[in-house]
Structures are given as C-alpha cells and as structure tokens.
Write a protein that binds this ligand. Structure first.
Ligand code: ATP
Ligand code: MG
Length: 262
C-alpha cells in the first residue's frame, strides 16, 4: 500500500508538539518548548520531526494546526481548536473515553465525548494560570525542586498542608511563608497537588463525571496530580503513554480524515 503522510502540530503556551502519521499509524513525534516566538517554535519542531523520519515537508499531504499558536503556522492547511483535537486524540487511543481532562501550561479543560467520539460539551478554567502547569512550575521553583521531582516530593508526605490561595502570585508567597514557618516541603507539595485536584474536580463536576476518564496535556505526567485527582473523583484515570502529544495526535487523525474525504 502506498504511503499517505499527514501531520498534526500543537503549539501551546509552553510546549509545541508534532505528530506525523502514515494513515492511522504514528511514525514520528516530537515535543519542544514554545519559547517566546510561536511561529519559530512551529517551524523548528516540524523540521526536527521531519529529520527524525528523513521526510520533507512537501511529502506531508495535509497538516492541521491546533493550540493557541495555530493561526501563526504558514505550512498548516487548516486550524482546529484544542478541544476538538484533544477529544479526538483521546478517543483514538481509547474509544471508551467519555471525559477528557487536559491540563496544559496555562489552561485546563474538561471535555465530554459522545460514544462516537464527538465533543458534546466542554468547560475551561478562567483566563489565569491557577491550577495549571505554569502554576506547578512556579511552585517547584519556590520549593527549590525540579518540576519532575515535585510528584516524588509530595509522595513522601505524611499529610497535606492546606493551600488557601490558587492565584499563582499569592500561592507563591504563601509557599515561601510556609517554608519560613518550618513546614515540611513535602507536605506543602502535597497541599499544592491536592489544591489542583480540587480545582480540576470542580471543572469535572460542572460537566458531569462520566467514565472512562482520560487525562491529557503535560501535567498528566505529574503522577501526584493524577493520584490526587483519582482520589478526589473516586475513579481510575486512564493515562496515555505520552499524554503531552494527544492534541497533536488528534490533529493528525483529523488531517488523515480530510484526505480521505477529498
Ligand atoms: N516530565 C514532567 N513532569 C511533570 N510535569 C510536566 C512534565 N513535562 C511537562 N510537565 C507539565 O506540563 C506543563 C505543560 O503542559 P503542555 O505541554 O500540555 O502545555 P501547553 O499545551 O503548552 O499549554 P496550553 O495548552 O495551556 O496552551 C508544564 O507546565 C509542566 O507543569
Ligand atoms: Mg495544550
């Protein structure tokens, strides 16, 4: 069978991803930081993903862009919202998915899918980084731990210190003052993860909890957020092998469908 190459590209506030597919088979993916210029990030991540597979841009028959930077990508043929792309990617990986929780760098979203994988409804956090990846990055710095180490730190806690503010700026000074009071860093970390779970669960209840629940976006790589959310919602959450590329994967699936329709 001849090849039918398509790609999805997700340029988010913190990271940019490309997924290249041949029909419905993923053949390459890449994740890079977005940095200050989303257009440059898009070009760089696509170039690097192509190099991995020794392909050229003009061999890709259709490219769909998503994420906040999607309108600034000259080589994309179409733009689709993150809601549709995360929904589509999660459904592709798990056709039983009915609730998708995407927590990225500055947005968190909860998406309700139909049995056919179509978006029925969604809710989003208000325009502020409370309870998102950026929030966790700032808190990791305040706790003087690497972002990747935050979950382990929290895992060793005996209890959770309540964090009263979810605003990134106020929560940062709260964390600094809790450290100064001598509270264990691991208990503060546990409190931060619990606060994110609480806030995310609030979004889930607004749309209604329906299994299977799938988590996408970079914050799903933080096992403490996942565990706290499972405890709060009292359900098992399905974690894709690479949750951060699910938006780009959904975009690539949709790109393949565009070709089939033509
Ligand atoms: N290895 C890791 N361990 C823990 N957390 C991680 C890891 N990698 C990424 N993250 C988290 O993922 C976040 C970025 O998520 P993602 O790449 O989905 O954001 P984005 O799509 O750029 O943002 P948005 O969708 O809000 O525009 C980071 O802020 C960080 O908190
Ligand atoms: Mg995103």
């Amino acid at each position: 069978m001849s090849t039918l190459l398509v790609a999805g590209i997700d340029v988010g506030s913190l990271s940019a991803e490309v997924v290249i597919m041949d029909r419905r088979q993923m053949i390459s993916y890449l994740i890079m930081p977005t940095g200050a210029n989303s257009k440059v990030a898009a070009e760089r991540v696509m170039q690097a993903a192509l190099e991995q597979t020794a392909l050229k841009l003009d061999e890709l028959k259709f490219i769909i862009a998503t994420g906040y930077g999607r309108f600034n990508i000259p080589f994309a043929h179409k733009q689709v919202t993150e809601i549709t792309c995360h929904g589509r990617g999660a459904y592709f990986l798990n056709p039983d998915a009915r609730t998708v929780i995407d927590i990225g760098g500055q947005d968190s979203k909860v998406i309700r899918l139909s049995e056919q994988g179509h978006v029925l409804d969604f809710v989003m956090n208000e325009k502020c980084a409370a309870g998102t990846g950026r929030f966790l990055e700032v808190m990791a710095q305040a706790l003087e731990v690497k972002l990747e180490g935050l979950a382990d730190l929290s895992g060793s806690a005996q209890r959770s210190v309540p964090i009263s503010s979810m605003c990134t700026v106020f929560a940062e000074s709260e964390v600094v003052s809790l450290i100064a009071q001598g509270l264990p860093r691991e208990e503060i970390a546990r409190g931060l993860h619990d606060a994110i779970a609480e806030r995310t669960a609030g979004l889930v209840y607004r749309i209604g909890l329906k299994e299977k629940v799938v988590m996408t976006g970079g914050v799903a790589k933080n096992s403490a957020v996942l565990r706290a959310l499972e405890e709060k919602l009292k359900v098992k959450i399905d974690l894709p092998p690479e949750p951060q590329i699910v938006g780009a994967l959904g975009a690539a699936i949709l790109a393949g469908e565009e070709i089939n329709r033509a």
